[in-house]
Design a protein around this ligand. Sequence first.
Ligand code: 9GP
Length: 799
Amino acid sequence: MKLTKKKFQTDFKNRLHEKFAIETVDANAQELFESLGSVIKNYISEDWRDVRRYQMENKNKTAYYFSIEFLPGKMLRSNLLNLGILDVVRDGLSELGLNFDMIAEAEKDMALGNGGLGRLASCFMDSLASTGLPGFGNGIRYKYGLFKQQFIDGYQVEFPDAWLQSGNIWEVRKAHEAVEVKMEGNVWLKEDKATGNFTPVYENPRVLRAIPYDTAMVGYENGQVNNLRLWDVEIPESEERKYYSINERRQVQDITGVLYPDDSTYEGRQLRLVQEYFFTSAGLQTIVKHYLKLGIPLDEIHTKIAVHINDTHPALAVAEFMRLLIDEHKMDWDRAWNATVKTMSYTNHTILQEALEKWPVDMVKFLIPRVYQIIEEIDRRYVEEMSKVADPEIVGRTRIIQWGQVHMAHLAIIGSHSTNGVAKIHSDLLKDVVLHDFYVLFPERFNNKTNGIALRRWSQISNEPMSKVLDETIGKEWRADASKIKLLESYADDKKVKDKLANAKHQNKERLAAYIKEATGVEVSPNAIFDVQVKRLHAYKRQLLNLLHIIKLYMDLKENPDLDITPRVFIFGAKAAPSYYFAKSVIKVINEVGTLVNNDNALKDKLKVVFLPNYNVSLAEIIVPAADVSEQISLASKEASGTSNMKFMLNGAVTIATLDGANIEIRDAVGNENIVIFGMDKDDVYAHYYAHDYNAWGVYDADPIIKRVVNALVDGTIPNIVREGQEIFDTLIKYNDEYFNLLDFHAYVAAQEKIDRLYKDQKTWRKMSLINTANGGQFSSDNTVKKYAEEIWHIVPGK
Ligand code: 9GP
């Protein structure tokens, strides 16, 4: 958009007066941020309204992306960047004597996600708008985001993240779009004798009001503004009298209270299922309502609407859509099923069994009785139809209801026309192993869509020093067209360019070092290698392997303080699910190892270990640009894709990786010589599974180096970890090291030694780093959503 500094300054000052009746000099950061946000929202609103109206009038097909997580982080900078007014606003504020960074800092991170899944959803929202594609997100407006993490005595302690406390400047409450969601009670089918049709009769249902809050998703300098719709819950006035106690009212508020309530209990799981149904039903109801306004028959709904099921959480969409079509709009089953399958598509984001949702039949029946009836009927017809053409054993294994459980992935696959994985290896594993039966039955439904990242946020916003070097070297076109970053590769032997990039990296490292000092009190040198592992804390991601290597390094340095290694700072960032005790123990032990090594002068600052608390999107924006080494060390086959791996390589970090997830595609992009690959590949891992031949105790017992490192967990080498050290020791030795840490240990150590050698040769290292950046463009989520648009959703750009 076009905006002069003067106009902006006038708008901004006026807004501050209107909202708070104060002058700029008297305002605090929060007031300044709210006024600024409100001015920016105003700039967006015209396009926002026009785009929606245009899409309705032109009957453009829209992709509706249903996700239980969205992780946009802060939105101020990205909105300004995408509107093309970041510099005008920054300069305008500075002329008024205000510091933009300080104002931007006041924005709360919108942390409505755990990690990769939610961040991907937000990258897609950005990319859909930026590629001009009609996209519309549907999720939950959690009152509390993912918990705030602090470390007390090295332990993770969770505090509520009341991100909405001072309001959310970006959202608009759309009360007129509220819908009712019905749950519980009894449902029976009443036959209309004349037509033979059945109508469901609801007895004593719990009726909830779903209120949408919309947030504009602004495209990059293209005038496109899409919508992210987050649903909140209320008690409808007509139902007020049913809620006698505060407790009952609180139970309703809990539905949109927190992200992923603790599912270690039955109640927690039940609440989660309620959340899933609540936002899925609300979203679908409004979609059908809007569609009907177009005046096109419901049988053709798939020509205007694509509904995407992001992981299994919104998989109830299949049954709920059927309910809307057959119950509310009186379609017959076959026509409704045809429309449903053509409308729905599904992405699988994990092969871990624990994360493939299954709900007890009794729970589904109790909470959503009508939807359960429909699921039962889908399942019955599926078995009946498929038994005519397929092996009954396969049909038995693929049906939706089995052994008293509703398999959500099965519902999503059977009820949709497309199932995709999120990296080549992951999609292959789905076809060959995890969902092989389905692949045999529906081969044409399976495809791969490798993840991507919102490149603008992970370069232009988070890494201005590097972006400046790119501008000076290859021109500014890369800002709009990520494929142009590849031009950088022809400077791979240009010392000046490489020095400039190294200088930018150093600036980012200084910024991170200052942050580390402030957040943890630990002093680190930006001349050391910054070696980073940031991601959810999970056993398969193997933060433990990283820790075991650090313990080895510590012991080696204790034995020989003159060991010729480049000083290294190991940086961690991760939250552990509150009831995941193993993960919490890993955090505690890393923190204690940090305390031990950071205070040991004998190590001569060659080794530092820092666990940064409360890892989130904003913190990632400081960490990623400063990393030299990116740790992507999951057990091969377990990480569906990973997306931080892409952010790091774009920012010039060299990846140390197993052949897992998108690491493989990163290797293919940068070449073997520009990444450090180690350890078992997926075939090696599966060979061990099939042979049942892994004996962790045997490996430990026969290998003095491993024994020494693992014993350090329990022999007092590391203080204050009696319980946690024992727990991890047992996981490795007594419970046979599920994720093969010990099998990959030596390969990992060798890979780390290689990193050290490569870094010492700065000429080579800088070239590697440049080549990584140059090949980051292909992982833009703009490319990914374009593929979804062409091959799955069949939507086209157009306002
Ligand atoms: O664990 C995967 C991660 O590998 C992937 O990058 C991300 C986005 O596709 O999804 C994660 N999966 C989940 O969070 C839960 O299925």
